[in-house]
Structure formats: C-alpha cells, structure tokens
Design a protein around this ligand. Structure first.
Ligand SMILES: Nc1ncnc2c1ncn2[C@@H]1O[C@H](COP(=O)(O)OP(=O)(O)OP(=O)(O)O)[C@@H](O)[C@H]1O
Length: 830
C-alpha cells in the first residue's frame, strides 16, 4: 500500500484521529510496560501502521508489500497537515496517523528543545535571547511604547526575568504580565479594549517582540544587518504609523552582564572643561578638571550597575519580597526615552520568578509586589584624572577624579571570561582550558616571543602558551605604575569591555591574570599589523576607495556593536584597528572608552526612501576614478559588494508592499543620551564637543569615524595643525576642506561631510546611529550581513600566527620588529 496514493479517503476531525490513535496506543503501552522497554512514538506508529496494513491486506490491497517500505516513502502532507492546523482534505488513515504523529513528535521535540539548558550549543540564538531577556512594554502618556530588555538574572542567579507589558497614560497605569510571547497579541487586544493604544501584532510578530532579535551580536551584523526591522516585525509596530513611537529599552545584554557597573551615581559637581579651547592657547598646560557625568541633579535615585547587575537586583528583590512578581516604577510616572533629560527609566512589571528557571516566559501574576527601583541615570562615568601625552596621534585621557575607582568587576573571574559562544570551540580555548584543569593560568605558562608594542597603560607581547603552539597577545600592566599614574581605572575599563565582547571584529579575551605586581590580559593575537601601517604601505599612502569602504564598513559594524553594548569607543584611529590574518579587522584598545547604558529604539522613518536605501540608486560605473555624484562602483568585484538588481516584477511587488505597510521602523541602538565631559581621544581625532568641554556622547564616535574615513582616503587627517593646539583650534573653527587629490567620489565626500558636522546634534549618526550611516549611498549595495564573506582588500604578509608558532621564515621576516631580548628577560622576571 502506498500511503501517498491510497484511495482510502478519510475526512475527519483531528479529535477523531486522536481518539483513534489513543485506541491504538493502549495495547502498545501495555506491551511496552510488560517488556520493560521505553515508550516510543516511533514504535507506536510502526505497530499501528502494521495493524492497518494487515487490515488493508486482508482487503487485498498491497498485501505483498511490507509496511516498512511504505514508511520509507516520502509522505505527501497537505499544507493543513503540515502546519498542524488540521486535516481538511481527504487523506488516508495512514496519512492522518502519520500527520498526527509527526505533529506530536515535533511538539515533543520542541518541548525537548525548550527544556535544554541555555548553554546547549544547539539552542538557537533566538532561544537564548528569549531566556536572557525580559521585555517590558510600556505605553506612556506620550503614546510612547517602550519595551525594556532586561537580562535574566545573571550568572549569580538562576532566576529568569519575564515578559510583561505595561500600558500607562496620564491617568492610568496597567501592567499585564505575559505568559509568553505569543500571548502578546491576546494581551494587547485586552489592553486595547481598555482604550489603550497598543499594537496588535500577529503571533509571528509577537514572537519577534520576544526580542529574540535584539542580541547585540546579532543586531550588529546578522539579524538586523541593515539596521531595520524586518517586515514582519515592522508590521507589528505599525502603530508607529498612527503616531506612536516604539521604544525598546535595552537595559542590558547577556554580554553586558558580565561586567562591572555601567552607570554612576549622579554627581553634583559638574566642573566643565573650559568652554572654548580656542581662546586659550595655554589650555593644555593647565590641569584640567573634568566632569564625570552630567547627570541630572534632579535625579533622586540612581540604579547603579543597571546594565549588568540585574542578577543582584533579582537577588535583592527576592530577599525583600520573597515573591516572584515585582513591579518597578519611577516616581511621577517618568519614562525613559533617549530624549529624557534625566535619563530615568521606568521599568514595569519585571518578574524575577523564583520558579522561573525554565526557559521561556512563564506567567506568574500572583502576589504582585510593587518595587521602587529606578531613576536610572543613563550617564556614563569617568573617574580618573590621568595624563595625556602630547603626540598628535597618541591617545589622551583626562578624567575626573571625583568618583571612586575602587570598584572591581565581580565578573572578572576567568570562568565568566570563558563564555564566548562564537569562539568557544577554538583551539586556543581548548589550550587554555587544558592548562586550567591543572590549576590557575599564570604568566609562567607563557613563553614570550616578542614585544608587539607599548601603550599608555601597558606593554603588549606576543606569547606562546607553552606546549600548545597557541599564540596570544599578552597585555602586561604594572599595577604600581597604573596606581601612581592614576591609570587603574583605564585598565579596569579596558578589561571590563574586553570581557563583554564576543564578536569577530574584536579581540577575544581569554583570561585575566593578576598578581601583586602585574595585571595581564591574555588576548587573541592579531598578526596583520594595524591599519596605520597598512596605509603607509599603500601607493600615495592612502587607500583606494573600495578598500577604504571595506575597512570603514567593518569598523562601522564594530562601533555599532559597541554602542549596542553601551560603549562609546572614543579612540577610533587607524592605529587601533588591527588586521586579522584573514584580512578582516580587529578593533582594539578600550581604555578610553565610555561605559553607559543604552536604549534600543524603534524609530519610525520619515520617508520610505530613507529606509529602503534605494534612493539615489545609480547605474554602476566601471570607472574607478569617476567623480559623478552618485557613482560608487568598486573596480574589483566582491559578490556581496555588488548591488543585486531587483527585477521589474519584484520591484513593483515591493512598491506595493511598501505602500501597504509604510516605511519600516528602524532599530536604533545608540547610547544617545550618554554624557561625559572627559577629555579623551587623540588630538587629530577629537570631536569639537570634546574640545569645547560641552559634554559629549556617542556622536563623538561618528565624528572620529568621519576623520578615519578621511584619513584612509586622503592619507592625512583634515584638521591637523602645526601643533596639537593648532589642531584643536582647527577642529573647532576651521571648515572642512577636501584635498584635490586623490580623487574621491562624491558619496565618500558627502559621507565625510555629514560625519564631520561640528554640531553633534545634527551630525550624521547622532539620531539613528550606525543604522543611519549604513544607509548612506557610499555604502550602496554593500551586503552588511555578509561582509565577513567579502574578500578583504589585502591579506597581511605574515599569516598563520593564530594557533601555532610562527615558522622560521616568518620569524626571520619579522626580525626587524623584534625587540632585543631584554623584554623577554624582563617578562621572565615577573
Ligand atoms: N591583540 C593584539 N594582537 C596584536 N597586536 C596587538 C594586540 N593588541 C595590541 N597590539 C599592539 O600592541 C601595541 C600596544 O597596544 P596597546 O593597546 O597597549 O596600546 P595603544 O594601542 O598604544 O593604546 P593605549 O596607549 O591607549 O593603551 C599596539 O601597537 C598594538 O597594535
């Protein structure tokens, strides 16, 4: 009998099938029990089908065929069956049983998946994120919908945060916890019936609202490669079309949770840097008093460590309430929005259920307890007054000493460092773990090969983990030196940020070794040198436009990722961008970075053109030196850099769809309201607002990004003066001029122009961050998601230093770079 061609037509309800199945199931169960075998659905199916075949054969149909052969044949299942909706078309009994069993088996598989621990490598990222976050949706009096992403209780706690929605307006505030993401639709419907303005997403859309897509890593270049919501998710936010704004607040991320505090107490003293550097040439000779965070003085409460210590909060909450449902509110029904002047956050109905350790979102609306948490100051911190060198390309770091620097990351242990999903199977991890099995990793386990360079706070060595052939970059810092030069905080910041990172464009931190004398970061070694050196090697000491585009695109993704984690980089320059052995980039050096909290938002786009990125689409041109305004066509072809031309049909479909849905809201994850008055950066790269001491935020990274692109293309920075002071003066007052040579496309210049707007408020990227910049025509046709598959402009000379010692030839070639052996001896002494 062939299941697919059976003439035995059955039109029956699902219940009928189930009852039939149950009847058939009984003897099977008793048989299984008797024999002591484990119950198996597969066995059930086989036996059931066997029974049917026997019956059929008695009717003379397929008597000679074994039931096994029937089982092996492909099953034609109607769409209704396939989707598990029900069986509406005539099918054979066998098909019906199979459909049911398949559906049951997949349900069981789904249940199994759900019950797996989150560390399981097979759990999807989306699944992990579901377990890691709680969404809190809050619609406020301004018709503002906010969704807060709150991490599940950190490693210290096995409790999970939950999903809940809170709708509030000036007169009411309703909180409705959700059982799971798919309940969102139902819940929002209920809320809508109370005259609250809420979105009504479909279940699929609700699934998206579980924020599975908001993994910082994924957002950076996988799930939201173009900084937009995908159509389904966007549709779920169609309420944005009705004048509402969806604001997704990311209080943290899993990665964030691995580090120290991200938010400071507001300080009352806001000693600012001199307002105008230009007017005082002696400015840099003076000791500069720095502001820490321009926190609102009206703030009454500050949630410290908000972006990473929710675990502790959960613990506290549990202690205080002995309950699972907690409500977090701000006084006065204040909302968090990027524009919020005091940066307060309202977190409603966050659950830290004691019984919620199962993955997924489970409803626990009993015994709700109110809990006042917030007023999160979304301000950054800078705590240390350091010194800055006078070299125009060396980093400067001036911090206020007004706050304590004694905080140690409670997650600095190597066990936390070990959690790096994207690299966790790498040989170097295996090697480290192998050593750690026999005790603590120490400096004695490394053999120093050479000095890679020295920075402001330490010296970086190439080192081999003895007996493993694995190479690492060891950044060794002298504790006494750090303390005496007040650079301890910078070292700590760098370590904390490195601990958070898990992205191909950043170094992996394998371990942190701390002794009385030394603090040492064991990092991934990057063998290709830095972009500064690479640029010097180019003809005319500048990159071709397509090469520059490659590097800046990768840097843009790296910055986007950092911003998503609540890190403003602040020290972008070619020297800090290393080239991996595969030619892709690695952004290093985080000691000047600013930590802050970040609020992912869905921002409705003003025009469809702005979002869909097809504006100003021009036909490709093969002339590399073409200076037509809208021309940017690489003269080398990399598939993912080549625009895919949409066929006429597809285009018209798209237009129709666009007309129905409207412009898609964009995901914006920018620490827009982060503020610092620290004087940090590199002279030629300093943003005007840093120089003027007006307080700065994430927009400084877009300024430096503009300088960076300029330097790659023209071989020099745009505002460089005779002296550092002149440089700073030029940055503030001189208008941007482009050199006549080399010839650079209009798009490139237009992008630079947008990025180098002196007013940070109007600078490109200041509102929508990387998403905005990605849409600039300079990047037209670039496939952000596949950028790692693009062939890099060039591969570094010396390769293969990642997991085995450099060959003799390579060592010889590197001889020029080798320092004398004193470094090694010095290192051995430690
Ligand atoms: N992971 C790495 N792989 C290879 N070389 C590295 C790595 N990290 C740093 N380096 C190199 O080591 C040198 C010192 O780096 P380090 O970050 O300590 O100082 P820096 O970049 O001068 O910054 P700062 O003074 O702000 O600390 C640099 O030349 C850098 O290129």
């Amino acid at each position: 009998m062939e299941a697919s061609s059976s003439t035995c037509e059955i039109v029956e309800s699902r219940e009928d099938i189930i009852s039939e199945f149950k009847v058939a199931e009984k003897p099977e169960c008793s048989y299984a029990n008797k024999s002591g075998k484990k119950y198996s659905i597969e066995d059930d199916i086989n036996r059931l089908f066997q029974g049917i075949d026997i019956k059929s054969s008695s009717r003379g149909l397929g008597a000679s065929r074994s039931h096994k052969s029937a089982l092996k044949r492909p099953i034609k299942v109607s769409s209704a069956q396939a989707s598990g909706i029900g069986i509406s078309e005539p099918v054979s009994l066998k098909q019906a049983f199979r459909g049911l069993c398949i559906s049951q088996a997949s349900e069981m598989a789904a249940l199994k998946r759900l019950s797996k621990p989150c560390s399981s490598s097979r759990v999807s990222e989306a699944g992990n994120i579901k377990k890691l976050y709680t969404a809190v949706v809050d619609e406020g009096k301004q018709n503002l919908l906010e969704i807060s992403l709150v991490p599940e209780a950190s490693a210290h706690s096995d409790k999970l945060a939950r999903v809940s929605i809170s709708i509030s307006n000036s007169s009411a505030n309703h909180s409705v916890p959700l059982a799971d993401a798919t309940n969102l639709k139902e819940t929002t419907t209920r809320l809508a019936s109370r005259d609250q303005i809420v979105p009504l997403p479909s279940e699929v859309e609700a699934e998206k609202l579980t924020l599975a897509n908001f993994s910082p890593t994924a957002c950076a270049n996988e799930i939201m490669p173009e900084g937009r919501m995908d159509p389904a998710a966007a549709h779920s936010f169609s309420m944005a079309d009705k004048g509402h704004k969806a604001n997704i607040l990311c209080v943290s991320s899993p990665s964030c949770s691995s580090t120290g505090d991200g938010v400071d107490k507001p300080t009352s003293s806001h000693t600012c840097l001199a307002k105008s550097i230009v007017s005082s040439k002696n400015f840099f000779k003076k000791k500069v008093k720095q502001d820490v965070c321009s926190a609102s003085s009206s703030s009454t409460l500050c949630l410290r460590k908000v972006d990473n210590n929710l675990g502790s909060i959960a613990n506290t909450l549990d202690k205080e309430t002995d309950n699972s449902d907690l409500k977090h509110e701000t006084k006065g029904n204040q909302k968090l929005s990027p524009s919020s002047s005091n940066g307060s956050i309202e977190i409603n109905s966050i659950n830290f259920g004691k019984d919620s350790c199962k993955p997924g979102f489970t409803l626990n609306c009993n015994r709700r307890t109110k809990f006042q948490v917030t007023k999160v100051e979304e301000k950054s911190r800078s705590k240390e007054k350091g010194e800055f060198s006078q070299s125009s390309k060396s980093s400067i770091g001036e911090y206020s000493s007004s706050t304590s620097i004694s905080e140690e990351s409670n997650l600095s242990g190597s066990s936390r460092i070990g959690y790096r999903p994207h690299m966790s199977k790498h040989l170097r991890w295996e090697a480290i773990r192998a050593v750690q099995q026999h005790g603590n990793l120490s400096l004695r386990h490394f053999k120093l090969l050479r000095k890679l360079g020295s920075g402001d706070i330490g010296t970086v060595y190439l080192a081999e983990l003895i007996g493993t052939n694995c190479l690492f970059a060891l950044k060794v810092m002298d504790n006494e030196f750090l303390a005496s030069r007040k650079k301890m905080f910078r070292a700590q910041t760098e370590r904390e940020i490195l601990q958070m990172l898990d992205h191909p464009f950043f170094p992996t931190l394998y371990s942190h070794i701390s002794t009385d004398k030394l603090s040492c970061l064991v990092m991934e070694y990057c063998p290709g040198g830095d972009l500064h050196v690479l640029r010097q090697r180019q003809p005319y000491r500048s990159f071709l436009e397509q090469a520059a585009r490659f590097y800046v695109a990768e840097v843009l993704l790296a910055l986007e990722y950092l911003h998503m984690l609540g890190v403003v980089y602040r020290d972008l320059k070619p020297e800090n961008i290393l080239v991996r052995e595969d030619g892709h980039i690695m952004l290093t050096d985080f000691d000047l970075s600013l930590r802050c909290s970040v609020n992912p938002m869905l921002v409705k786009s003003s025009s469809p053109e702005e979002v869909d990125g097809t504006r100003k689409m021009s036909s490709p041109c093969s002339d590399a030196s073409c200076i037509q305004p809208f021309c940017l066509q690489p003269d080398w072809q990399v598939s993912c850099f080549t625009p895919i031309l949409i066929s006429g049909g597809a285009k018209s479909r798209k237009t129709k769809a666009d007309a129905q849905v409207g412009p898609l809201p964009q995901l914006v994850v920018e620490p827009i309201s982060a503020r610092s008055n620290s004087f940090v950066g590199t002279y030629e790269y300093l943003a005007p607002e840093i120089i003027k001491g007006e307080g700065h935020g994430s927009a400084v990274d877009w300024w430096t990004f503009g300088i960076f692109l300029f330097e790659l293309l023209y071989g020099r920075t745009p505002f460089k003066g005779q002296s550092n002071e002149d440089t700073l003066s030029n940055v503030v007052s001189q208008s941007l001029k482009f050199p006549g040579a080399p010839i650079v496309s209009f798009h490139a210049r237009d992008l630079i122009r947008g990025l180098l707007i002196k007013d940070p408020e109007t600078r490109l990227g200041s509102v929508k961050g990387a998403a905005e910049i990605k849409q600039h025509p300079f990047f037209e046709g670039l496939n952000w998601a596949l950028i790692r598959c693009a062939a890099p402009p060039e591969l570094p000379k010396f390769r293969d230093f990642g997991s085995r010692a450099p060959s003799m030839a390579a060592q010889k070639e590197n001889a020029n770079d080798l320092e004398d052996t004193e470094d090694c001896e010095e290192f051995e002494l430690f």
